[in-house]
Ligand binder design. Structure first.
Ligand code: SF4
Length: 316
């Protein structure tokens, strides 16, 4: 499978203001050495809680943030470091589904006008063919009878579908969807994700950003689980279940606190919340932050001294 997306050693450090106006700025490493691939026709999930770095990675893939270090290749083309004019002709191929659908929609435009405008402005279509294609896309997403509804007259699920219709109508090669079901009821979430994944253009890839491991397992082929800027588990969801205790926690992310370990310390950041770190393993968990090590056969890798003992040398 050729790679649509190849990310190597991605880093992002933000400079945050200090506590007081005269305090020096603080460097915050939001993304720390991340490697990711997305193949043609593949849905990958970036999974983690708020602050894990997943949204920052997604924004860098689309060129909405510049990496501090590392490389991003889209369809074999180096993408990081390009100017806007260099990226411009290719942008239509890489599309974004935002978390907040309502703020992404124009309150004065109805559903079909949103899709038509996107097709005309970004896709260069004439008015007649844009209307025809927009109508077809809205029908496909179950919005045929809502074509003339304004955003305020739509349910949350319908608003998401309009944002999906705009993106899917452009037939991109890659869609990055940032928590596209945020704020929806559980039954509506599944329907929106079915509309997204079920209508991806042939051979298009998708990066689904989510805090929900259950959604990742249902809708994605592979997952990268992120904790404090690093990938701590990478697996093919069709062949294996997540084993890292943090990954398992994400099946019910609302019932657990954000891991409370100190990122500046050498050991595993999940240590204070981990039931696996019992003596004598605990000493190692305190002393060395685990690097990704292979679990079993295949592509399953996890950063955990318990599950990947061959990797107990760890990393700093
Ligand atoms: S490395 Fe240790 S503390 Fe971290 S998840 Fe594995 S067992 Fe738990």
């Amino acid at each position: 499978m050729s790679h649509l997306v190849e990310i190597k050693g991605l880093e992002k450090t933000f400079q945050r203001p200090g506590t007081f106006p005269w305090s020096p700025k603080q460097a915050v490493r939001a993304v720390r050495g991340v490697d990711i691939t997305v193949g043609e026709g593949e849905v990958i999930a970036l999974v983690g809680q708020s602050g894990s770095g997943k949204t920052t990675v997604a924004r860098m893939v689309l060129g909405l943030e510049e990496p501090t270090a590392g490389e991003i290749h889209l369809e074999g083309r180096r993408w990081d470091g390009l100017s806007e004019s260099e990226r411009g002709p290719h942008r239509i191929r890489y599309q974004y589904v935002p978390q907040d659908a309502m703020s992404a929609l124009d309150p004065q435009q109805n559903a079909i006008e949103h899709v038509v405008e996107t097709l005309r402005v970004l896709g260069g279509r004439d008015k007649a063919s844009a209307f025809e294609q927009a109508r077809e896309m809205l029908d496909r997403l179950g919005l045929g009878g809502r074509a003339h509804a304004l955003p305020r007259q739509m349910s949350g699920g319908e608003q998401r579908r309009v944002t999906l219709a705009r993106v899917l109508a452009l037939e991109p090669r890659l869609i990055v969807a940032d928590e596209p079901t945020s704020g929806l009821e559980p039954d509506r979430r599944a329907a929106v994700l079915q509309d997204l994944v079920g209508n991806l253009p042939e051979k298009a890839g998708c990066i689904l950003v989510t805090h929900d491991m259950g959604a990742a397992r249902r809708w994605a082929h592979r997952a990268y689980v992120m904790l404090e800027g690093k990938v701590i588990e990478e697996l093919d969801l069709r062949e294996a279940d997540p084993v890292h205790p943090y990954s398992q926690m994400l099946f019910d992310p609302w019932s657990f606190p954000v891991p409370s370990g100190d990122i500046a310390k050498a050991g595993c950041p999940f240590l204070p919340d981990c039931g696996l770190a019992v003596e004598p393993l605990r000493k190692l968990c305190e002393a060395k932050r685990p690097g990704l090590g292979v679990v079993g056969a295949g592509e399953h890798r996890v950063a955990c001294h318990h599950h990947a003992p061959a990797n107990r040398s760890g990393e700093t």
